[in-house]
Design a protein around this ligand. Structure first.
Ligand code: TXA
Ligand code: MG
Length: 341
């Protein structure tokens, strides 16, 4: 099977047809591409896990076209929970915010990996919304990459990741945000950020006390916050020293946040610049694509320039640390002490 990339009206109706028949389709969202299936069809859901080679213990996010659909997949427990969801939904939906809420009993357990909680979000992508409305059922969709690998931000990326395992990808262009949604758990008056994303600490501060200690790489509070996620095939090291003085190994690639000097560029076989002007939002949007190009380049080892961990920079650094986690084991390279994270 070699996935076809389709677009426009024909693409939407073909996608709905495949989903109605219990199949899976690669669909664009405003964050990253998702691999979607009807969330009320357990066999279709099983196909997602199979295509991604994802452990059944790692639950899926359910997508809606509008907040009104929330009652189809969740059962809110208390008036306080209602009030908090209403406030957050009014502020951030449709958009890149995922909430962990009590699951509706009709929702198959496979979606939530047996948990009583479901992760749910209202997507703002017009094509995804249109598919949802025509299908008239919410869609479960994890990012459309093989488990643990780099998330796709274009239809072609999905074909590279899963093209031999699925039949259809709906092309919605390049993803606007480029990083996965912010995942929030509501803990009484507290909001806990389980996965940093495009909705940042600063956006959330007026909606509750925020529990946002930097997510630890070695603590799993949401199964997907695993270390060693979003990873390239090549060794990836984060530069933790002045990039001007950093001497890379031969034949290396650099993931640069802003445009470096020519002298720095000359030290690398290949350089990818996330944002020429150093704009963190633009850097986030380009992050996975640039990492993927470096991974496919002739470079033997990849280095990344860290970004300031503020705003969306928190999410970029979270992905970068996970992408580089365990890298030293890939080709047995000795890290220079103190120079690398
Ligand atoms: O932006 C996004 O969120 C993208 C697009 C496609 O919507 N989706 C995405 O899905 O990133 P995925 O599966 O790659 O990541 C979802 C994360 C995983 O870390 C998973 O463990 C966590 O959400 N998650 C999902 N359901 C959960 C649940 N019931 N309890 C705890 N964590 C959950
Ligand atoms: Mg993912």
């Amino acid at each position: 099977m070699r996935a076809r990339i389709v677009d426009g009206e024909v693409g939407i109706s073909e996608s709905v047809g495949v989903l109605r028949g219990g199949g899976v389709v690669g669909l664009p969202t405003e964050t990253v591409y998702g691999l979607a299936a009807d969330c009320f069809n357990p066999i279709a859901i099983a196909r997602i896990f199979e295509a991604k080679e994802r452990p059944l213990t790692d639950p899926l996010i359910v997508h809606l076209p509008e907040t009104k659909w929330l009652d189809r997949v969740v059962c809110l427990a208390s008036p306080m929970q209602h009030a908090m969801v209403d406030k957050l939904a009014a502020a951030f939906w449709p958009g890149p915010m995922t909430l962990l809420l009590p699951k509706h009993p009709d929702l198959p357990e496979l979606v939530t990996s047996g948990s009583e909680w479901v992760a749910v979000r209202v997507t703002s992508h017009p094509l995804f919304q249109e598919v949802l409305r025509r299908l008239d059922s919410p869609l479960a969709a994890p990012s459309a990459n093989r488990f643990g690998r780099i998330s796709p931000t274009s239809a072609e990326d999905v074909r590279i990741e899963l093209g031999e395992r699925i039949s259809l990808i709906l092309d919605g262009g390049k993803c606007e945000h480029g990083l996965e949604s912010t995942i929030l758990a509501l803990r009484g008056e507290f909001l806990e950020i389980l996965r940093p994303g495009p909705i940042t600490h600063d956006h959330l501060i007026e909606y509750g006390h925020i529990h946002a200690s930097e997510p630890a790489l070695n603590v799993v509070n949401s199964p997907g916050s695993l270390p060693g996620h979003y990873a390239p095939k090549k060794e990836l090291q984060i530069i933790n020293t002045d990039i001007n003085g950093f001497i890379p190994r031969e034949s290396s690639g650099l993931l640069a946040f802003a445009t470096p000097s020519q002298e720095i560029i000359n030290r690398y076989l290949r350089v990818e610049i996330l944002s020429p002007s150093g704009d963190p939002r633009e850097a986030a949007a380009n992050f996975y694509g640039a990492l993927r190009r470096l991974d496919n380049s002739k470079a033997d080892i990849l280095y990344a320039e860290p970004v300031t961990a503020m705003g969306i920079g928190v999410a970029i650094m979270d992905r970068l640390k996970r992408a580089s986690y365990g890298s030293k084991n890939k080709i047995g390279h000795q890290k220079e002490q103190g120079a690398l994270l």
